[in-house]
Ligand binder design. Structure first.
Ligand code: NAP
Length: 282
């Protein structure tokens, strides 16, 4: 029997409907004059990044929020980007700030992420936010892994005590993913480019997270029967980081590509912005 589809597209629609109501309530409270704003910052003209930022802006409008799109040229310096972030931190109508990753190489991305005020770090990219999340303290988690956790919880996937393997250790995906699974009491292994015997380790996974950035890099025959298969990747041709086709019939659950993790990332970003707005007006 085919594995359960962890349908991020359908669930993100449900979440958006709920968020729409919460935004309407916030607007009523402020006399309709003050819809919460998510500020997005795009540096340079990478077409994929531009698409992601546009999709996030569209999602804001769907739930009744505003988005403020800051677009900066490719040659922007760290100091210039920091100044933009300072201005958004100081703008009381801006409830959340998203700096689209990656930024051009001359920019110190970490310094810029860390300049985002903690209460506006709705994409969970600051060092302090990561640290608080890892310690189990209240913080907005990095949107992609936080979206994956929401999806797993929605489908009541058991996490506690299970062997989870995360392939990838980037600051916005693999590492926070591992910490969130650990926080939910999984036994977690993190793999990366220097990992030896990757197929053997992947074979242990009861919950497998693919976050490598290479099309179908994780092969179907590495994956054990009954695994929960979560694929964060998306590549031209509609494939992810995991060779999914042969696994669908023998896994217990899987995220489709597209329509799994991607929509959950956006819905989580918006949900965390709404939460930030609610906290700010409490
Ligand atoms: P990244 O920064 O490029 O990180 C890739 C990770 O994979 C690194 O930790 C790297 O290890 C590891 N890796 C590379 N080659 C490997 C190998 N041969 N064996 C084992 N591990 C290897 O990518 P990312 O930003 O985390 O993104 C990962 C994937 O998720 C991409 O497909 C991306 O498109 C997708 N993504 C999706 C969303 C969404 O909203 N759906 C958001 C963000 C990313 P080292 O650390 O050793 O280099």
């Amino acid at each position: 029997m085919a594995g359960l589809v962890l349908d991020g597209k359908a669930y993100s629609r449900e979440l958006e409907a709920e968020l729409q109501e919460r935004v309407a309530k916030l607007k009523r409270k402020s006399g309709d004059a003050d819809p919460p704003i998510l500020a997005t910052i795009l540096v340079g003209s990478d077409p994929a990044s531009a698409t992601y930022v546009r999709m996030k802006g569209n999602a804001c409008r769907r739930v009744g929020m505003e988005s403020l799109a800051v677009e900066l040229p490719e040659q922007t310096t760290t100091a210039e980007l920091l100044a933009q972030i300072d201005a958004l931190n100081a703008n009381p109508r801006v409830r959340g700030i998203l700096l689209q990753h990656p930024v051009p190489s001359q920019i110190d991305e970490r310094a810029c992420f860390d300049r985002i005020a903690l209460d506006k770090d709705v994409d969970g990219v600051t060092s302090l936010g990561f640290g608080r999340m890892a310690l189990g303290e209240p913080a907005y988690g990095s949107a992609t892994p936080a979206g994956i956790m929401r999806l797993l919880r929605h489908y009541q996937i058991e996490i506690q005590g299970r062997e989870a393997v995360v392939v990838g250790r980037s600051p916005i995906l693999g590492k926070p993913m591992a910490m969130m699974l650990l926080g939910a009491n999984a036994t977690v292994t993190i793999c990366h480019s220097r990992t030896r015997n990757l197929p053997e380790i992947v074979r242990r996974a009861e919950i497998l997270i693919g976050a490598v950035g290479r099309p179908e890099f994780i092969r179907a025959d590495w994956i054990r029967d009954g695994a929960v298969v979560v694929d964060a990747g998306y590549h031209p041709g509609g494939v992810g980081d995991i060779e999914l086709g042969p696994v669908i019939e023998r896994c217990s659950a899987y995220t489709p590509v597209p329509g799994g993790v991607g929509p959950m990332t956006i819905a989580t970003l918006i949900a965390q912005t709404v939460e930030a707005a609610e906290r700010a007006t409490r």
